[in-house]
Design a binder for this molecule. Structure first.
Ligand SMILES: Cc1ncc(COP(=O)(O)O)c(C=O)c1O
Length: 393
């Protein structure tokens, strides 16, 4: 079946946080701006997923569910097929999203006052979750070198050595800078954490949206030692545009770590809802045809941005992502403050992107644009950005 990703589907009136007029007005002061911010896609989901949800809806009884063997096997087989990683269904815990998972993880494995390492600029809820649990964010900022973001391993070692450093949350692939970490980088990071008794939590939510030459490596696949010192957070939600169904699969091969987290989860009794269950099964078992077409479309959108920036936004630097449908744009050449850049994008360009500074240090003077939308919308947004920048010295 051929999917039409050019089709514009009106999302207003569906309680979408990305498109709701009132929310856009509150957050971006303009209800008519083009929403290119929060990371969901403006594409209709794969037909097998829609069919499975309709069938489930028609059954009409929505009592308590549980994570069935079919649900778990779908996730197991997905890891095997896409990443060549053999996992067991017993390793998987269910949470209604990765943000809740990270929050439960920090709560379970840290005490108040402990340190948790992150690498800014990074997905901003990480810092919020750590702070909300009474812990300290210990930042190991990424370094931008020769047009590419890298990790600062010597600083990471120092931070890991601090007596109250318990956890590291790694975004892999990285949002917003779009890096797919290499095996060598992951090994260096993992070894530092093992040497210093720091548990590694990898957020691999973007790991199915990978471009051309890059290859995602699940952290737990690298070695037996890494497998035993990690929690790998995965979900079909970014891949198949199912964020509103709230589901994620938290893979924990180490039984001791798994039981600790499971004890916490049991206190609030969470299981996949009726639609999340069937959606995951359909997505992982029958969604690959759609995903392969999506990846081609996203790659073409990315090439479109690259060309547009090179030809018409020459003072903006695109940091081309190796993964994710989020592009990181550097506006620092304009010499604007973060507030001025924000005002310009929101009020003049009328394009709602995420301000770079919310991702922490290193994010200043950047904007993150979500390009998982029909090309005509992307083109309109880039043209508006171009117009808004005309005349700035
Ligand atoms: C890196 C990363 N982790 C987690 C999430 C959100 O996950 P969930 O909706 O499963 O809570 C996002 C959403 O943008 C993300 O980019």
């Amino acid at each position: 079946m051929k999917y039409d990703f050019d089709e514009i589907i009106d999302r207003r009136g569906t309680d979408s946080i990305k498109w709701d007029k009132k929310l856009l007005k509150n957050r971006f002061s303009d209800e008519e701006c083009i929403p290119m911010w929060v990371a969901d896609m403006d594409f209709i989901a794969a037909k097998p997923i829609r069919d499975a949800i309709v069938e489930r809806a028609q059954h009409g009884i929505f009592g308590y569910g549980h994570k069935s063997d079919k649900f778990l096997e779908a996730a197991v087989n997905w890891q095997k097929r896409r990443n060549g990683w053999d996992i067991e269904k017993e390793w998987i815990l269910f949470t209604p999203g990765i943000i809740p998972a990270l929050s439960f993880i920090v709560e379970t494995f840290c005490s108040r006052g402990d340190n948790v390492i992150i690498q800014s600029p990074v997905y901003y809820p990480f810092a919020k979750i750590i702070n909300n649990n009474g812990c300290h964010v210990v930042n190991n900022p990424l370094i931008f070198k020769n047009g590419k973001y890298e990790m600062n391993f010597s600083e990471l070692e120092e931070l890991a050595q601090r007596s109250r450093t318990r956890l590291m949350i790694l975004c892999s692939p990285h949002n917003p800078v779009g890096r797919v970490w290499t095996e060598d980088e992951l090994k260096r990071l993992g070894e530092i954490c093992i040497r210093n008794n720091v548990l590694v939590v990898t957020d691999e939510i973007h790991s199915d949206i990978i471009y051309k030459l890059s290859r995602h490596i699940p952290f737990g696949k690298i070695s037996e030692e890494f497998k035993m010192n990690s929690i790998i957070c995965t979900s079909p939600s970014k891949t198949f545009n199912l964020a509103g169904l709230q589901l994620s699969n938290i893979i924990i091969p180490n039984i001791r770590i798994r039981q600790q987290l499971n004890n916490k989860l049991r206190t609030i009794d969470i299981d996949p809802n009726s639609f999340a269950s069937v959606a995951q099964i359909a997505a992982y078992n029958q969604g690959e045809e759609w995903l392969e077409q999506l990846l081609v479309y996203l790659q073409n959108n990315l090439d479109f941005i690259d060309k547009f920036v090179k030809e018409r936004l020459q003072r903006v630097r695109l940091i081309k992502p190796e993964a994710t449908y989020l592009a990181w744009l550097d506006f620092s050449d304009y010499g604007l403050t973060d507030n001025e850049l924000r005002e310009l994008m929101q009020k003049k360009a009328k394009v709602a992107m995420d301000d770079g500074y919310i991702f922490g240090s290193g994010g200043e003077k950047h904007q993150r644009i979500n390009f998982a939308c029909p090309r005509s919308i992307l083109e309109k947004a880039l043209e508006s950005i171009e117009k808004s920048l005309k005349g700035i010295k």
